[in-house]
Design a protein around this ligand. Sequence first.
Ligand SMILES: Cc1cc2nc3c(=O)[nH]c(=O)nc-3n(C[C@H](O)[C@H](O)[C@H](O)COP(=O)(O)OP(=O)(O)OC[C@H]3O[C@@H](n4cnc5c(N)ncnc54)[C@H](O)[C@@H]3O)c2cc1C
Ligand code: FES
Ligand code: FES
Length: 1365
Amino acid sequence: MELAENGAPIIAGLLVFEVNGERFEVPEIDPSTTLLEFLRTKTRFRSVKLGCGEGGCGACVVLLSKYDPKLKRTESFTVSSCLTLLCSINGCSVTTSEGLGNIKDGFHPIHLRFAGFHASQCGFCTPGMCMSLFSALANSEKSDHLQAPPGFSKLTISEAERAISGNLCRCTGYRPIADACKSFAADVDLEDLGTNTFWRRGDAKGIRASKLPTYNPIDHACSYTDVTKSELKSKRILNFEQYSWHTPLTIDELQSLLCSDMVRNGAMIKLVVGNTGDGYYKDAKKYDKYVDLRSIPELSMVRRDEQGIEFGAALPISKVILYLKLESKTNTSSDRKVLFTRIAEHMEKIASIFIRNSASIGGNLVMAQRKHFPSDIATLLLAVDSSVSILSGHGQEKISFEEFLYRSPLDPKDVLLTVHIPFPKSSEVQNSVGQQHPRVLLESYRAAPRPLGNSLPYLNAAFLVDACCNESGVLVNRVRLAFGAYGTKHASRATNVEEYLAGKVLSVEVLDKAVKLVKEAIVPEDGTSYPAYRKSLAVSFLFSFLTNLINDCSDVIGGSKNDPNGKLLENAAKVYDKIMPSPIKGPTLLSSAKQIMETNRDYNPVGEPMPKFGAPIQASGEAVYVDDIPSPPNCLHGTLICSSKPLVRVKGISFKSKPEPTGVVDIITANDIPKGGENVGGMAHFGSEPLFADEVTRFAGDFIGFVTADTQKHANLAARMASVDYDTEGLDPPILTVEEAVERSSFLEAPSFMLPSMVGDFSNGMANADHKILSAEIKLGSQYCFYMETQTALAIPDEDNTMVVYSSVQWPEFLHRSIAKCLGIPEHNVRVITRRIGGGFGGKLLRAMTVATACALAAHKLRRPVRCYLDRKTDMIIAGGRHPMKIKYDVGFKSDGKITALHLDILINAGITVDISPFIPFTMVAALKKYNWGALSFNIKLCKTNHSSKSAVRAPGDVQGTYVAEVVIEHVASFLSLDVDSVRNINLHTYESLSFFYPHSSGDPVEYTLPLILDKIAESSSYTERVARVELFNKSNFWHKRGISRVPIVYQVSVNATPGKVSILWDGSIVVEVGGTEMGQGLWTKVRQTTAYTLTSIQCDGMDDLVEKVRVVQSDTLSIVQGGVTSGSTTSESSCAAVRLSCNILVERLVPLVKELQEKTGSVTWDDLILQAQNRSINLAAHAYYVPESSSSEYLNYGAAVSEVEVNVLTGQTTILRTDIVYDCGKSMNPAVDMGQIEGAFVQGIGFFMLEEYLDNSEGLTITDSTWTYKIPTLDTIPKQFNVELLNSGHHKDRVLSSKACGEPPLVLAVSVHCATRAAICSARKQSNIPSTFLLDVPATMPVVKQLCGLDTVEKYLQSLSSSS
Ligand SMILES: Cc1cc2nc3c(=O)[nH]c(=O)nc-3n(C[C@H](O)[C@H](O)[C@H](O)COP(=O)(O)OP(=O)(O)OC[C@H]3O[C@@H](n4cnc5c(N)ncnc54)[C@H](O)[C@@H]3O)c2cc1C
Ligand code: FES
Ligand code: FES
């Protein structure tokens, strides 16, 4: 075994590695320490962000480089630093985003292109994205692709997209990120890339390429990835007791370790390879020994012999894929080619690249065997009849993979050594039916919420068949049918179907019987979600497989078929096959995107599509978020201990498990609130809410205590180990549904001025109706904001009983109040600082206050700084999310679809406290009023339940209101069998009806742009032609159906009072403070532009680049008071308005001086002017408080979207083929920023309508509490074609610089995707004779869609074939 360059292994006594070229020696470390933990707490590098801690988001991705002494070359690949154990990187070099480039040494072209393509909003995901791209670029240079033209890499656009397909971004909607990545691709057409700061429309291709930040694979290959230092070149084996980390080099060494006295005496031992299993199991156990399996040659080898290929169990999945692809290329047998290609292609859908790079094949299989992990690999290996070799107490043995799966769970000391995949063997016997050319084929399937973007499947399957084509049709000699991940202990074979099919010629009857049998075989265990759906998937997959076989018969197997049944099936297969080039199988994930925007130069530089302020430092990871602020000396870390029950009396908290958690300092509870303080954790307009449960918890997730410890990890572990003593004696049962709330009259009150007003006379409207639908019901679930940065704060006690708190909060002003109240100190003793927020979306209002107030309380009691960065699970449990609702409606309408009256009974689940709930009826009704209902009445109740408080989530209330409006329209259309679009049109407002429904916000007639928008979008999206094309498609396709929908929105916003402060410093640079917080929405960028525009009216020289002299700084509640809340889409414009007022004051003070100086010298520059002003003691700081006039305080926004989707009737998968949006931004202050808001909001809306299930258990405790169970959109789930046009609707006298809001309204446009999906399902139901009136739930997930298309479509189809034969 060659281990080092000089041939000898170096047994290292010291853990040594490099980070961005800096050498780190770690003499002592807890072996469970992850690379992320080390980087973030022990180095100055902060670009690795913690988004999930479970491998599911990509925020922590780094590049790992290590020298392979055997191959004498450096290998570089991405890993998730949150799962990589520090001891496992001994001798490696780590590169983080700031290592690629930074503000001091210059940014890397990746950083600059991310900034220039507007691909970074809050910036929290950006460093991880950059590293994923960098790795793809670096590795593409090693590929055999053709040399790229200068300025580009060898990467293809498809590879560029896939490089980031496992990274999550909640802000941008991915399109600009994909563009930034594709700009490096050799095969990119720069014409296809979206809006950017590099070139102008009309620039020729060559010019465009020259304007991109230069990229040269040699100059921009990071030097750290080329590990040349001899120390890192030798293979360092970390094998030292001080780390409890052992690296055996041979199987004998491993065996003696496993049989050592220590282990025999019960020491806890953990075998480890990539440690990615921890992402799923989050193992909290403390181990005495870690045994790293990667250096044992047998476990990392690939061996090929006559029988097949054997893989060492410690090989990462990505390497296995590589070898399989190589094998399929070099192998001459087509059966083997197909087999290995299929396995490799399936494996490429497992997790994401940065996981596959370290996740071993053996680790996956052991998780499947021992802990019933829903593995894809187990299913594949079972189908191909693999075998494994194991090392156990009895020595080594080789057994079939199937036997391995069915054995009792492996002992922790048993080792999986290798996995053997046999070459396929076809039967050689010529049988009585005259079989020809037998072939062995493998096909595999998986149905997952996100096809490529890291998602466990509902069901996976792999089928291996030995078949041939003869005179009678397709003859199945043998078949192995493996199914997995459907809610059983492990993958299993449908042996009953296998036995039945063996020796059969495929016919309708045979398929019919086979699908019946497969339903008997695939039985999810009790408690599995969607059992019927999973069963139906098994049927769909088997049907697809067998019908495809018939198709392949003529193409691949050869031969003719005379059997009439076979012919029928052949036709069925063709129907299937024709439409089978599913959109997701195309070469690229996104096909095209257009952004149309008009730059408005009236208020230059306002209106310029400038890049987001600070984007390059966000990309390099140098932008500082709360958790990036270094801990002050003596700092403690805390986290919340939450109740798992809704309504219980808490008797005490203890740590019952042994050993007790380490590092714990104190548990803070309600009893620690100081004298004079109150149990207050957050405040909103309608009152405050408690920080801790007092004696009785109020909901599952209520805060019982705040545990503080020496590290965040220890605090988190302690919270998990905390055992809460409780009883329920004498307590009423909790209220968990809105129905129970009604029964027990448990309501929250909204102040009367917040109540929405009804319109017209409902009884009259109903009396005029030709038809009525009565008591129709809708239910709506919740949605989690999924900001990438979870709730976080740092509280530092200061002199004289004061407290400084850094918080990622959207409402610093009220957090300030809340802390003062809780601690019982005057408000001037508190200071809240918020620099930037890693995504808010409304979720960082009251919950952010709770976390920060808890830190402040702990800091106050312990007289030490206390910080908290919530883990994703706790964050998801406490967040509350969007308001779930139950709605009943009565609607009356004419025969032409004109609605005459609508009444709604709305029960809103507001959770336990008032939070922002009183706004919900108002916003919901405002959105509902987008159509002219004739008369509108409602009865809305805010139900107080024992659930976490429901809070603001981007477009709160509006998204539900819009959805309800569309459900009613669709219901009416379906009742009358009318085209939905025509029903929408007939109910669209005229300006008169608009003013009737929105008396205070309808504005001037010319501002009502919705009819214009609808015409525009009809034309730009070729709506009418595409409706016809969709119809044609649906007529000629059986298993895929398309739907198209055009939906308008009207969105009302309110503008709030906001302060602004502008100060000019000696050198002419300008510093601005505003009430609003920057959370990715580009507020600071617009404020900079407005400052420059307003000050330019001073009219002196040297002001061309004034915008570059403006810096907007963090919000600080003592520096600028009455800061208000950043919410409701209007904070950017009101902050700009406040800044304008402040600038106007300065202009007024400076203009006389300019005039005087100009008169004296003819001209004056900005710098001289400011110098003179300083010398003359002119006050160069101005503060203003913008209070909108009543005509400006409320207005309407308009937009429309056309979406087209394709539904796979067999699986329920929906692919968004195309979306067109036209949105009225007024005169956009920054079209690039607004475009980003529109696209990002729309994609978040797709999450709400199509993907995201925020579910509770029967006691109200959140159960979809991780990236494993909560699926936000990824690159593969956004529209393949995505066109957005910003409509510049000209001058609006009551708006701030004529601009309009865009942060939230476009989210509700995603209802168009839902409506299009409904249309596609409608078509599927029609063909199966299922009634066309139905309600499509939100989110329209795969199980929901499939259920509505029919869980038994295959069975019915086969029956119809049978009866027609
Ligand atoms: C975000 C994410 C998404 C994923 N998605 C999928 C998916 O879609 N489909 C799928 O199939 N899998 C998926 N996985 C699972 C992934 O394949 C496994 O986590 C990985 O293969 C485990 O390998 P590892 O080297 O990291 O194991 P480790 O985490 O190091 O070990 C896992 C367990 O196996 C034991 N172990 C490891 N190797 C051996 C061995 N040779 N002998 C005995 N015991 C051993 C360890 O002691 C430990 O108990 C996903 C994982 C993550 C983190
Ligand atoms: S933090 Fe590591 S993948 Fe999310
Ligand atoms: S910019 Fe991607 S998560 Fe905010």
